[in-house]
Design a protein around this ligand. Structure first.
Ligand code: BT5
Length: 252
């Protein structure tokens, strides 16, 4: 982890943002910071995905971590909130064909534009890590990503200054987190349930135990709902689901 601050923390609206050239992972740097701090780096040498997966973080992308108070009663809503925040900002920039793939991959059709990683290093605080491809080249560093990723530069040719992107993202995160401290998830759950491709055939990897079915969104407790062929639903705690794979859609 880098301990050298390349530029002093600057105030962006109600946030203090720390900027670095290169760090291991912005989430790890943010681990020590108070609520409403954010960390941004040009590159990450050990960008992290969920379940110890790697996140390619080459120059030209947005690698950002935001420290927020954990909403009551627990932090299960945060991964969903983060996906909604990213989608809202991208919609505002005119990006279309956006959707969420459970729990918080931001997709343009079937390609991944952004990913989110939530870490809870200390009680009462959570770190929301957001990775967004802009004009970086992740497939040059991991050939398996070829044809599976999207970049903002390819779908929105007019470049947007990264500082503006950070400002609107942090503003959106704050405006979504604040009402949750009162414990009312309902409006956010209904938003997130509108952003999935529901009714899609999926397979869940429950740490080796594979369950197939139809993705049906999340319930009031933030659990994933899987429907069987006769429409009966089973709810899964998000921490039990290691991976969700979308099955290809066949069209006649
Ligand atoms: C994620 O994990 O999608 C969470 C990514 C979070 C990255 C941010 S960057 C700022 C902060 N600091 C960090 O260290 N992390 C956060 P997951 O759902 O597990 O997806 C990981 C998978 O996405 C990998 O196994 C690859 O298949 C794919 N992937 C890796 N790099 C990618 C990229 N740049 N763009 C699209 N897909 C990528």
């Amino acid at each position: 982890m880098s301990t050298v601050v390349d530029r002093p923390g600057k105030i962006v609206e109600d946030w203090t943002v720390w900027e670095y050239d290169s760090v291991t992972s912005t989430n790890l740097v943010a681990a020590e910071l108070p609520a409403w701090s954010a960390v941004r780096a040009e590159t990450q040498t050990a960008g992290r995905g969920r379940f110890q997966r790697k996140w390619v973080s080459d120059r030209g992308g947005l690698w950002l971590s935001a420290v927020v108070p954990t909403p009551s009663p627990n932090g299960r809503i945060l991964p969903l909130l983060a996906g909604v925040a990213v989608c809202d900002v991208l919609y505002g920039l005119g990006v279309r064909h956006l959707r969420l793939r459970w729990p918080n991959d931001v997709m343009v059709l079937d390609r991944k534009l952004a990913g989110v990683l939530i870490d809870q290093f200390r009680p009462g605080l959570a770190v929301i890590g957001i990775g967004l491809n802009i004009d970086n080249q992740p497939a040059c560093y991991d050939a398996t990503l070829e044809n599976h990723i999207e970049r903002l530069a390819d779908i929105r040719p007019a470049p947007i200054p990264i500082e503006n992107l950070i400002t609107v993202l942090l503003r959106r995160i704050r405006s979504l987190v604040q009402p949750l401290t009162a414990g009312d998830w309902t409006p956010l759950l209904s938003r997130v349930n509108d952003l999935w491709s529901k009714g899609r055939r999926v397979e869940l990897d429950l740490d080796g135990d594979i369950r197939g079915g139809w993705f049906a969104g999340v319930d009031d407790a933030g659990r994933l709902l899987l429907q069987d062929d006769v429409g009966a639903s089973t709810a899964y705690d998000p921490e039990k689901v290691r991976h969700l794979t979308e099955m290809p859609e066949y069209h006649e």
